[in-house]
Design a protein around this ligand. Structure first.
Ligand code: ZN
Ligand code: ZN
Ligand code: ZN
Length: 82
């Protein structure tokens, strides 16, 4: 299991990534994956589709994709790394 300092927004289980690249722009590097639903999106140094996903769905927690054991998570609602 991923061990992080948790906030109330982190789901109990990390969702399985849905795609291998950002479905909005096709980016395949520096991707983030939504912890709630597994939506894959590019980071804010690209088009910020991860942030857009949060605005559209209210899913605040993302992790870097591909997922790693020691990967960090970012909570948009809290505005901090977990
Ligand atoms: Zn989501
Ligand atoms: Zn994108
Ligand atoms: Zn949070």
């Amino acid at each position: 299991m991923l061990k992080t300092e948790r906030c109330e927004h982190v789901p109990d289980e990390q969702a399985t990534p849905q795609t291998a690249n950002c479905p909005r722009c096709g980016s395949s590097h520096s991707l983030r994956v939504c912890s709630t639903c597994g939506y894959v999106a590019c980071c804010e140094s690209q088009y910020g589709h991860d942030r857009e996903h949060w605005k559209q769905t209210g899913h605040p927690v993302i992790r870097p994709y591909p997922l790693t054991e020691r990967g960090w998570a970012w909570c948009y609602a809290c505005g901090k790394y977990l």
